[in-house]
Ligand binder design. Sequence first.
Ligand SMILES: [Zn+2]
Length: 242
Amino acid sequence: MNPALLLLIDVQRIDVKIDALDKQRAQAAEKLNGLKKKLDETKLQLAQLEQQTAEKDRERRAIDGNLGLDVGKLKKWEARLNEIRNQREYLALSREIETQKKQNAEQQEKMAVLSNEIKDVNLKLETLRDSFAELEVDTDSEQEAVNGKLKELDVQLAEHKKERSEFLSQVPAPLLKRYDTIRSKRGAALAPCFSGRCSACNMSLAPQLYNTVIRGDSIEACPSCHRIIYYREPEKSAEVQA
Ligand SMILES: [Zn+2]
């Protein structure tokens, strides 16, 4: 067979491995990104809940402070009420006392509602903090595993790339360019042929072309998919399938 074609067949064999490794690399990185995204989302949720509970707590404290003042005021008014002899003044102050008592009760009710809400948010926070801690541990160990895997893949990739460049250095430049162009468009630049067909696109080759391909002296292309074609004996499994 044409020596350049033999070299390209080796290059393609390596390229298939490189593509598979690149794919594994991308999958590993994607998995890790998914975990990190989940971690970030949970972190954001935690911050939001923490802000909620802090706001509610501030509100409750403010009400508590005002209520303390209002209770003091009420005590003073009640003491004064016992000293009032004038009926009209007595009634007026009594009414104010009643209004204030009602207001205080309302504020106390509001505080109770806030306290319950804070309790609920804190419960949610506790659960979320637990799952965040778990997720953090998972992400850490996954990251460690992925980093190990990536390192391993990179070593293999570097070996294949080195081997590839050794083969490529012997391929004539125009043929190499052609190979790369087809590869970038079609994924695989070479296609084996047998039983009179291009195995990549399954088109029948003209008998004359097929015979030329079998001889293997020249570089030929499939007229249909434009891949560089070479003859390869059908594999046993392919025969069975056929
Ligand atoms: Zn073809």
